[in-house]
Design a protein around this ligand. Structure first.
Ligand code: F6P
Length: 324
């Protein structure tokens, strides 16, 4: 192996730049030539491939987003598109590819490796933390801290106006962000797709909170939650049934994807970038780097894609007890 390429794909996440920096510098450390690809897989097809060195990734460890940009490439889903991408890779005699992204990006990586017998290693970069084979994905810790800070601010106004706030957070089909930020911000209720408690239970619990003297409440709702049709209808239903509360809704949206990565995410990204290159160096591929029991591990891409991340049921118990 002499040349490694690296790209970022799918939804951006804080820490992607730190991982990119680690891949480039580890490649240089081992004497490999490194290429960076702009705009994800579409950049492979459009030949947006540039040589990089240790200095190319100066001052990015603290930057959110991805300097390589990301894109969802429909063309890469076609054999013709992947053929074009492969031709550009071979033109530069690139020997392996590191893909920093989520499960959708890994699906493309797996198809590409199978079609061309071309070594690929994945680094899990998504705020959702919904990929099995790693306890943490890049960006998750930063997103948790961003959301908790915002909910603390919402609580200030909720308690000033005796209001009930529904706060919708990201996570796609997973409830990790909602569950952990709900506990961290002391939310009265947390609604996640993994556990459908039903509207009745929600009303009962909010009534109990009000009776126990809570003049305001926060309900954190994962965007994938199925309790109500959507967070606005859920809020309207609760307002109709709990007349003493003024209800408001805050949908946090894409700000959860931004911001300078936390130290945890920077260290995780650095470890993952080093491990990705060292794994390729050892002839390992078709796998995703992950952290399990604080150790760097490899999980076959098939497993990382198919596996489902599990909700920590103990956290559900904690939130039930502490929202008394
Ligand atoms: O996967 C990360 C994520 O932010 C999800 O939490 C969210 O549902 C989705 O991306 C939003 O996708 P887009 O940026 O394409 O709107």
């Amino acid at each position: 192996m002499k040349r490694i390429a690296v790209l970022t794909s799918g939804g951006d996440a804080p820490g992607m730049n730190a991982a990119l920096r680690a891949v480039v510098r580890t490649s240089v450390f081992y004497g490999y030539e490194c290429f960076v690809v702009y705009h994800g897989y579409q950049g492979l097809i459009d030949d947006e491939i540039k040589s990089a060195n240790a200095r190319s990734v100066n001052n990015i460890i603290n930057k959110g987003g991805t300097i390589l940009k990301s894109a969802r490439s429909l063309e890469f889903r076609t054999p013709e598109g992947r053929q074009k991408a492969y031709a550009n890779i071979k033109k530069r005699e690139i020997d392996a590819l590191v893909v920093i992204g989520g499960d959708g990006s890994f699906t493309g990586a797996l198809i590409f490796q199978n079609e061309f017998n071309f070594p690929v290693i994945g680094i899990p970069g998504t705020i959702d933390n919904d990929i099995s084979g790693t306890q943490y994905t890049l960006g998750y810790d930063t997103a948790l801290n961003t959301v908790v800070e915002v909910i603390d601010k919402i609580r200030d106004t909720a308690s000033s106006h005796n209001r009930l706030f529904f706060v919708e957070v990201m996570g796609r089909d997973a409830g990790h962000i909602a569950l952990n930020t709900g506990i961290g911000a002391g939310a009265e209720e947390i609604l996640i797709p993994e556990e459908d408690r039903g509207l009745g239970k929600l009303l009962e619990s909010l009534k109990h909170s009000e009776k126990s003297g809570k003049s305001s409440s926060i309900v954190v709702v994962a965007e994938g939650d199925k309790t109500g049709k959507n967070v606005f209808e859920l809020a309207a239903y609760v307002e109709q049934n709990l007349p003493y509360y003024e209800v408001r809704v805050s949908v946090l949206g894409h700000m959860q994807r931004g911001g300078s990565p936390s130290c945890f995410d920077r260290v995780l990204a650095s470890r993952m970038g080093v491990h990705a290159v060292e794994s390729l160096r050892e002839g390992k591929s078709k796998a995703m780097v992950g952290i399990l029991n604080d150790k760097m591990e490899l999980t076959p891409l098939e497993e990382a894609i198919k596996g489902k991340s599990k909700i920590n049921s103990n956290l559900l118990r904690v939130t039930d007890i502490l929202s008394i």
